[in-house]
Design a protein around this ligand. Structure first.
Ligand SMILES: [Fe+2]
Length: 309
């Protein structure tokens, strides 16, 4: 297993990894988990948190979402409803910033927000680059929190690749995450284990002609999300949706990946009427296509390949 350390130059490893184009939009890993066991532990954890006095909106102090707040070069959030959304998105962090990363970050004279997208991308390729900042690198979130115990710890250590930035994430009813990009799967593989969900919890991913919408069932499956493509998520159901997000530093766990069938295909015209495009529930119309803007922000070619200057 490749273990992340600051200083590693990933350039050669990246060449051997698949890019977003050669992976399905959503796929089920060959490995599964015991969903009943997982659900029991999650229920217990949520109960504990409630008893700790978090009567309304417990925000886990180990949550890395604030550190990972990605902005454009103009200082705007990609995710339009970012603040309200992330305030309650990460319910329980299982992995926090490593000590190595904390020490390294403390010695830097610049912050993540001072960096351009291409400087960040260069840092992700080579972590010894001058403008590398540990906070934006998801691979640094490997320090177990007090919540990483029992079966969840077993699930995390059972991957072939090193797991990072794992958390229980919650999407409240009628909440959504507007279309955005994350870093491509050659850098970080994004997986989700749905724990409590409903059929109206959907993730939409960009295709050539619009979006494919998927529903991830809580069936013990571990699902790969091709987050290098523009994507959104919505919970149009009546109950909160809970998933365990686990990022992986490597693609070995994707061997035998089975593509998931979409539940719906949306054309661009249809998407213009979608809640995630219009704003939801009571936002201003916002049907801007951020695809080209984001390619520009991350200094990417349309192929998704990084253009590194
Ligand atoms: Fe995302």
């Amino acid at each position: 297993m490749m273990q992340h350390r600051i200083g590693i130059d990933y350039s050669r490893a990246l060449l051997k990894r698949k890019t977003k184009k050669s992976l399905p939009l959503v796929g089920r890993l060959s490995r599964t988990v015991d969903i009943e066991k997982l659900l029991a532990q999650i229920r217990q954890l949520l109960q504990c948190l409630r008893q700790e006095g978090a009567s309304a909106g417990y925000a886990d102090p180990a949550s890395s979402e604030h550190n990972y707040h990605l902005k454009t070069s103009r200082g705007e959030s990609f995710i339009r409803n970012y603040e309200e959304f992330y305030a309650q998105y990460s319910v329980i962090g299982f992995q926090d910033l490593s000590e190595e990363a904390r020490i390294s970050a403390a010695g830097l004279s610049f912050s993540v927000n001072d960096l351009t997208p291409s400087q960040r991308l260069r840092g992700m390729r080579n972590t010894s680059s001058v403008k590398y900042h540990p906070h934006y690198d998801e691979r640094n979130y490997t320090k177990p929190t007090r919540f990483l115990t029992g079966y969840i710890a077993e699930v995390l250590s059972g991957f072939k690749a090193e797991a990072c930035r794992a958390a229980l994430v919650c999407l409240q009813p009628k909440n959504y995450i507007s279309p955005h990009f994350d870093i491509g799967p050659e850098y970080v593989v994004r997986t989700m284990i749905p724990v409590i969900t409903n059929s109206k919890s959907i993730v939409g991913i960009r295709t050539a002609s619009g979006y494919s919408e998927f529903h991830l069932p809580a069936d013990g499956g571990i699902y790969f999300i091709n987050a290098g493509f523009e994507h959104y998520a919505i919970n149009d159901g009546c109950e909160p949706r809970y998933q365990i997000r686990i990022c992986l530093n490597g693609q070995d766990d994707l061997d035998g990946l089975v593509p998931l069938e979409p539940v719906r295909e949306l054309s661009n015209t249809e998407f213009a009427q979608h809640p995630c495009a219009r704003g939801y529930p009571n936002e201003q119309p916002a049907a801007e296509n951020i695809l080209l803007r984001t390619l520009r922000e991350f200094n990417l070619e349309k192929s998704g390949k990084a253009r590194l200057g």
